[in-house]
Design a protein around this ligand. Structure first.
Ligand code: SF4
Length: 416
């Protein structure tokens, strides 16, 4: 299998064309990471939001105000109508979202529901679960909110980095909230909560997996590689992250419970399974139809929050939901630049066997001040090993070598 002939072509995004296409298309989806609070009740040592370098949150209100909620509803209603949105996904984010007063959260959920009437609507909240109580569970159940919990592992690992402002561990308080979520799940009131865990190379994978899946009962799991860039990551740690991730992938490969889903692994398998034609043409088409951005507690619009660790200039669009419309976001310079980067394979990835599947990895892992996004992922070795592992599993599950060869030979990001 050889993709040495691939020559990355810079992609240039025309915002006006994109906006027009979106306006006349159907099946568009919108995902908004909505910062309902810009403060947290704890102080995780690795937190990108508070310690990632971008301190713009200091200028924002600690809590989203009623006026901003109303403006967001108007923005959303206009976006749904103007761009025929089929799906609106609101990720309720912070800081810690449950620091918001319940009455204001209820107002937010109700306003968004009214604004997105007639369209599929999904609410997700990402939380440390420490502030949950019975009233929160009632509110979440009433509005069918899916809850994702952030934890790092069992107490002895979690409490090394997930500490409160007095440097005390947070595991026990988080688990009280998790217990309420599982109680509501068993009563059929909420979906089973999901888990988000940032990998630490010092934590044994088997212990993490066993704790989350068997001892707590999570099924929908995401183990994330830290959101570093080429400027911030420690090269000495990369091999160790690879070892841990591969241990987790091997545990997942042995998993017999079908409900257990490990998103990092599933994403690779899905990409491998994609028909080559789809990967060349339709992938781009559908990716364009998924719009993702962040709204701060004062209504400022910025690209996906995870990119905060990259170029701070990218995060300033000078757009606010009080005055902007979705079309202004689609035409903005920062969105154009990000779209170009996402659809241009890093030069150093040319010739990689996995280029058409991996596409250089996550955008933020590609960033350096010197070369922007024109770098392979800082976790390139992990990605190569993970793709090799997934391909082996894929063949063992009955996929043909011919399919894999065609899939890997497909040109990434080709326009035809
Ligand atoms: S990041 Fe690494 S594995 Fe991924 S396409 Fe680039 S060279 Fe290949």
């Amino acid at each position: 299998m050889n993709s040495a002939a691939l020559v990355p072509q810079p992609f240039v995004y025309d915002g006006d064309v994109y906006e027009r296409n979106m306006r006349h298309a159907t099946g568009n989806s919108l995902q908004v990471i909505l910062k309902v609070t810009e403060r947290c009740n704890i102080a995780c040592k690795y937190c990108y939001f508070f310690f990632g370098g971008d301190e713009s949150y200091r200028d924002n209100p600690a809590y989203i105000q009623d006026e901003t909620i109303d403006q967001f509803a108007v923005f959303l209603e206009d976006a749904v109508r103007s761009y025929h949105l089929d799906l609106v996904r609101i990720i309720i984010h912070g800081g810690e979202p449950f620091m918001l007063r319940k009455a204001r959260m209820a107002r937010l959920l109700e306003s968004v529901q009214r604004a997105a009437a007639g369209t599929a609507l999904e609410f997700t909240v990402q939380t440390n679960a420490m502030l949950l109580d019975a009233e929160w569970i009632d509110l979440l159940a009433r509005h069918r909110v899916y809850v994702g919990v952030s934890l790092d592992g069992p107490r002895e690992f979690n409490d090394l980095n997930r500490v409160d402002k007095r440097e005390r561990g947070t595991y026990d308080r988080s688990l009280q909230g998790v217990a309420l979520l599982f109680e509501a799940f068993r009563a059929g009131r909420l979906a089973r909560p999901g888990l988000l865990c940032v990998l630490n190379p010092d934590f044994p994978a088997e212990r993490l997996y066993h704790h989350f899946v068997d001892e707590i009962g999570f099924r929908n799991i995401d183990f994330l590689l830290p959101d570093d860039t080429h400027d911030s990551s420690d090269p000495a740690l990369r091999e160790r992250y690879k070892v841990r991730m591969m241990e987790l992938l091997r545990l997942y490969a042995r998993e017999t419970r079908k409900e257990v889903r490990f998103r990092f692994a599933d994403k690779i398998v899905d990409a491998l399974g994609m028909a080559p034609l789809f990967s060349r043409v339709l992938h781009r088409y559908f990716t364009q139809k998924e719009i993702v951005f962040t709204v701060s507690s004062k209504g400022d619009i910025a690209p996906d929050d995870i990119l905060r660790t990259t170029d701070p200039a990218l995060m300033r669009l000078d757009l606010n939901i009080a005055t902007a419309r979705l079309g202004d976001v689609l035409r903005s310079a920062a969105f154009n630049r990000l779209h170009d980067a996402a659809f241009t394979l890093p030069g150093a990835c040319a010739g990689c066997d996995w280029a058409s599947v991996c596409r250089g990895g996550e955008l933020y892992h590609r960033y350096s001040r010197a070369q922007g996004f024109d770098n392979p992922s800082i976790y390139c070795d992990t990605l190569r090993a993970a793709h090799e592992h997934a391909a082996t599993m894929f063949l063992q599950a009955g996929a043909s070598v011919a399919h894999l060869e065609r899939r890997m030979a497909a040109q990434p990001y080709t326009l035809i």
